[in-house]
Design a protein around this ligand. Structure first.
Ligand code: FAD
Length: 456
């Protein structure tokens, strides 16, 4: 008999429960990826992620070919394509990874109905896209955790399944047609320093990180210039790395750095279980409602200055320019850029979240929308009125100013931490003549924020 394995956010051969189950139960397997019309139509398929995806699909295909198989790529409605491929291959089973978003849940339900009508069974596998799946741990009084610390306690105590090796051989039936694999060529608007995708790349990065990066993670993860985080986020997003394997291997590395790193990976599962339980949180305020946000219509110029990295606050501008250049931003930069937009400029978090999703190679509905909500004070944060001061934060997390000088060339000649307050340098021999004045006084932003919060 024949099985179809539908790859979605799990573009790997190692530690892949759906592929393992398909190979155990069937003589032949069709590894399938569908370029899903609904995802493209929703504006989610942006150049940076399409490029990374193309790398992932090519690497997956290469890995399958080494094992005697190949990847089948189709475009269109995902449910129609899966049914069509199942019919062409005369398959009696389809295997799929469970996923957290509302879209993934709808896709699963539609697939189940359509396949059942054809007499084909759908198997949905847990612990593929999360280490601990949504709903696997829950508090007594609710369907999900809204506070991270107790969640993390349960998450940590939960046993993980064993890691599965990559298959040695994958036999794919003849006669199932495939489109050409996508490439990066022809994609306009890519970030020039975008990372490379693919399982091979992701595994290499993980091994290097566990050997020489993770030990210092606890001390250095907030060091903006040190760039001392794993940069594994796009690999977790596309599933070129398995979260279960990642946690096992980090725990095996041991030490306070690895523990702090695993805790951060648990934040990913935390947000996924919030989104799975409250799918509307992708666009609506999760907890505290705010109606007075400024928007594109009322704050268009401020928003454009923020997007382009010319707010006049160097650390915010550095972060926004890193995003454009690399399609990635340091977590501390994301926090500062989000606090500045939502609290200092009082702009709707959805405007910022959309811009991030347009560029981030790791752009992810759960992590992006819920982190934005966290910083905007509408989400799960227990201190919703916290405002990050970009000057004090810059002095703490970029004490020598090296991060700012790297990304804001207008300030490259300013030595030391003075780079964080260029307005203090304004004199006739100004070393930063091209750099803008602050868009707003921080105290004015804070006062507006407090007034609005009192009225909301
Ligand atoms: P590391 O510090 O090495 O952490 C390891 C992994 O843990 C990450 O790859 C990620 O999967 C997970 N992780 C770390 N921090 C968080 C967090 N705060 N929430 C959830 N998971 C976390 N992350 C995304 O993957 N996609 C997004 O679209 C995204 N948008 C964000 C938007 C804002 C406003 C903020 C404040 C954070 C956002 N994050 C997002 C979370 C975090 O900034 C990134 O995961 C992290 O910077 C990625 O770099 P890294 O892989 O080097 O992280």
């Amino acid at each position: 008999n024949v099985s179809v394995v539908l790859f979605t956010s799990d573009l790997r051969l190692h530690d892949h429960p759906p592929l393992r189950a398909a190979l155990q139960g069937s003589r032949q397997v069709v590894p399938l990826f569908v370029r899903d019309r609904a995802v493209t139509g929703a504006g989610f398929a942006v150049p940076n992620r399409l490029a990374f995806l193309a790398d992932c699909l090519r690497d997956l295909d290469a890995g399958l070919r080494e094992r005697g198989g190949r990847l089948v790529v189709r475009s269109g409605d995902v449910v129609e394509e899966v049914c069509r491929v199942a019919a062409e291959a005369d398959a009696d089973e389809v295997h799929l990874a469970a996923d957290a978003s509302a879209y993934a849940q709808r896709r699963e339900a539609r697939l189940r109905r359509a396949l059942e009508a054809e007499g084909v069974r759908l198997h949905v596998h847990d612990t593929v896209t999360s280490a601990v799946d949504p709903g696997a741990v829950a508090p007594a009084s609710s369907d999900h955790f809204a506070v991270f610390t107790p969640y993390f306690g349960h998450w940590s105590r939960r046993g993980l399944r064993e890691v599965l090796g990559a298959p040695r051989k994958v036999a794919v039936p003849d006669g199932v047609g495939s489109e050409d694999l996508p490439t990066r060529r022809g994609l306009a608007g890519l970030s020039p320093d975008l990372a490379a995708g693919g399982e091979t790349e992701g595994r290499g990065r993980l091994t290097a990180w566990l050997r020489s990066g993770v030990a210092a993670y606890e001390d250095r993860h907030d060091d903006l210039a040190g760039d001392a985080t794993s940069r594994l986020s796009p690999h977790l997003h596309f599933g070129t790395l398995s979260p279960v394997e990642l946690v096992h291997r980090a725990r095996a590395a041991g030490g306070p750095g690895a523990e702090a790193f695993v805790r951060q990976v648990a934040w990913r599962d935390f947000h996924r279980q919030v989104l799975a339980a409250r799918p509307e949180a992708a666009s609506a305020d999760y907890r505290t409602k705010h109606d007075r946000w400024r928007t594109e219509r009322t704050a268009g110029e401020d928003i454009e200055a923020w997007r382009e990295g010319r707010t006049g606050y160097p650390v915010v501008d550095a972060a926004m320019r890193q995003l454009r250049r690399e399609g990635w931003m340091h977590n501390r930069g994301r926090l500062l850029a989000a606090s500045f937009l939502t609290k200092t400029l009082y702009v709707d978090w959805r405007v910022g979240a959309r811009h991030f999703l347009d560029l981030l190679v790791d752009g992810d509905v759960a992590n992006n929308q819920l982190n934005w909500q966290w910083m905007a004070g509408t989400g799960t944060d227990s201190r919703p009125n916290r405002v990050l001061n970009p000057v004090t934060q810059a002095k703490r997390y970029d004490p020598e100013g090296a991060y700012v000088r790297r990304w804001v060339p207008e300030l490259a000649e300013v030595a030391g931490p003075a780079v964080h307050e260029p307005w203090k340098l304004r004199k006739p021999d100004d070393p930063a003549p091209d750099y803008p004045d602050p868009l707003i006084e921080l105290s004015d932003g804070l006062a507006r924020f407090r007034r609005a919060r009192e009225r909301d």
